[in-house]
Design a protein around this ligand. Structure first.
Ligand code: F6P
Length: 603
């Protein structure tokens, strides 16, 4: 679809850039004008809206006041950081490159470091990359939002990983320039410049970094950014913070924020690897060419929007009737399935069974630092065998199953699994990548296609300018876009979104607490104080707040909210109707589709 084919005009594409558009919010928290009506859209319109939002990452028109992915300043900084990585690759003794973040940012840190360490091992080099995720490895697969608020925890976990190291390039990822966990780490780096060079990746201009006081700290995220800006002038710190436009679902940085994180960091690391091991010095044009390859990935993926729409419809139908969506994947594409599934709980208030990912080879393939986590509970059972034992026996035609693989995987295993799933459900779909020339698995692919209701084949030209490793990373991004569309679209169709806001969002850290309060203000039109009061009442499940409750800090509120469900929808019902909490609960039981419930009360 050419951008002009859809009703999204150029002005809607750029409306968010106006200084008058939601001026009090950073870009990453603004609502996207393109998706205002996504809650009423058909599956096909949802996919088109997501395509248009993703296209905002690479705007056709420049002249914006914001730095963008292809801006000169951003490309130049990517070059500089790539050169720092190159130095470490050439002399890795006592050195590390660390990627760290919270939620999806940490999961992508894991994905990227795993991929580049694998590349090093293939070259008989020792690994130099390490990841940190707030909340530890369990956060790779489940929502652990509270550690994000802890700057000291961030600092301590960085110190631990770097013990004995003499040179560390630290890359902190916080899409909203907001996570206290990352702020604590950056502050620590700034205090120890003899070892650490800090790099910050995020998607707001520096002045929009969060300026909220941090518990026990003299700094805020903003003040850390300002110190880094000063040091950036002498290349002692680096800021990579292009704007990619507001998310399709407000604040859902797993989507564009995650995609842009993957793009930027892979561009940096692949340029560094080419310089260190293939005699291809880091160059401006090389960086630009890689960025363009990712831009192309968006086009190649969305060229299949009709089949993506079928997948969204199937998944939406499953969720609507209380059934499930399963991603059965191979290799790193399976990890993208695990990541996408893990995000549905904090984003849409979903149960872990609603959307679940499984990886061939389980923890052996995942190769995470803390090893197997199956003992933590069923949501940590991620191998195909776990699927076969726990899920398959209960599958029906109402459940949607996606097979996710490439032709470089063992396609005969895909055929085997497809046959077994097909015995239980016809609602089976394939998503796979292959190069145009590769016909090696054609017969097996025919078998799979016969077993599946739909087949999303993404075929890629093996261009001379794209290495095999860059191509694989394009496949990963493409898979991420498809799965983000499936899980987001399905939850939209289930009625979990109001306009373009996640109304059933978990209120499990300070960022989400502030976002929830703002959302209540926006929808109810009531003043901030009333909205916060309503939020607290639903968090503490009382109709009257005690002094103890009102005088507690936000962290205490969010710790209590961890055990609650439907906090924001209930607060909204109370605000709109003036009813008691108990009455609000029974309203919501009668009308569980939050969007419809809200509309009933608003009218
Ligand atoms: O607090 C939850 C969350 O919004 C996650 O969904 C997200 O992946 C994470 O925070 C990280 O946000 P950021 O990259 O802006 O620090």
């Amino acid at each position: 679809m050419a951008k002009s084919d859809w009703t999204c005009s150029l002005s809607a594409m750029h409306e968010w850039e106006s200084p008058d558009y939601e001026p009090s919010l950073p870009v990453s928290e603004k609502s996207n004008p393109l998706t205002r009506d996504i809650d009423r859209a058909s599956a096909s319109s949802i996919v088109k809206m997501l395509q248009a939002c993703d296209a905002q990452m690479f705007p056709e028109e420049t002249g914006s006041t914001y730095h963008r992915l292809l801006s000169d300043q951003v490309v130049t900084t990517l070059m500089e950081v790539a050169k720092r990585v190159e130095l470490i690759l050439k002399d890795p003794e006592d050195s590390l490159v660390i990627l760290s973040g919270c939620g999806t940012s940490g999961r992508l840190a894991f994905l990227i470091t795993s991929g580049f360490n694998r590349a090093l091992r293939q070259l008989n080099q020792s690994p130099v990359y390490s990841y940190i995720i707030a909340g530890g490895d369990r956060a790779l697969l489940s929502s652990q939002e509270a550690p994000e608020d802890d700057p000291k925890l961030g600092m301590l976990s960085l110190k631990k990983v770097c013990e004995g190291k003499k040179r560390v390039l630290f890359i902190g990822i916080s899409c909203g320039l907001s996570a206290p966990f990352v702020a604590g780490q950056l502050d620590f780096c700034l205090q120890h410049p003899e070892v650490y060079t800090p790099v910050l990746v995020g998607f707001n201009p520096a002045h929009q970094a969060r300026d909220e006081p941090l518990p026990g700290c003299t700094f805020t995220f903003l003040s850390v950014v300002q110190r880094m800006q000063e040091l950036a002038k002498s290349h002692q710190a680096f800021l990579i913070n292009p704007a990619v436009g507001p998310e399709a679902i407000s604040g859902s940085s797993r989507m564009k924020g995650g995609s842009a994180t993957k793009i930027l960091l892979e561009v940096v690391l692949s340029a560094a690897h080419a310089a260190a091991f293939s005699h291809a010095p880091v160059a401006y044009n090389g960086i630009l060419q890689r960025l363009r390859a990712y831009e192309k990935t968006l086009d190649v993926t969305y060229a299949q929007s009709e089949i993506i729409t079928d997948l969204v419809e199937a998944a939406g139908e499953s969720l609507r009737c209380g059934r499930r969506v399963c991603y059965l994947g191979w290799g790193s594409l399976a990890l993208l399935g695990l990541i996408d599934a893990s995000e549905c709980n904090p984003t849409f208030g979903a149960d872990y069974e609603d959307v679940r990912g499984f990886i061939s080879g389980g923890y052996g393939e995942l190769n995470n630092k803390e090893g197997p986590m199956t003992a933590l509970g069923p949501e940590f059972c991620i191998a195909h065998e776990d699927f076969l034992h726990q899920v398959l026996p209960r599958l029906t035609d109402k459940d949607t199953v996606l097979l996710i693989y490439t032709h470089s995987d063992d396609v005969s295993k895909v055929v085997d699994l497809a046959r077994r799933v097909r015995e239980k459900t016809s609602n089976l779909h394939a998503v796979y990548h292959q190069t145009e020339e590769d016909t090696s698995a054609a017969l097996q692919q025919d078998d799979i296609s016969r077993l599946c209701l739909s087949t999303l084949k993404i075929a890629w030209l093996q261009g001379a300018s794209v290495s095999a490793s860059l191509q694989h990373m394009q496949w990963e991004l493409s898979t991420k876009l498809v799965l983000n569309a499936v899980s987001t679209g399905a939850h939209v169709l289930k009625g979990k979104i109001y306009q373009n806001h996640m109304i059933d969002v978990q209120v499990t850290n300070s960022k989400l607490y502030r976002r929830a309060t703002r959302l209540l203000q926006k929808v109810s039109g009531r003043p901030e104080s009333q909205c916060e009061e309503a939020l607290l009442k639903t968090i503490y499940r009382v109709d009257k707040l005690t002094l103890d409750m009102t005088s507690s800090d936000v962290i205490t509120h969010t710790c209590t909210a961890v055990t609650r469900t439907k906090v924001v929808p209930l607060a909204l019902v109370c605000l709109l109707t003036g009813c008691s909490l108990r009455e609000a609960e029974s309203h919501l039981e009668r009308q569980p589709v939050v969007r419809e419930a809200v509309e009933v009360w608003l009218s």
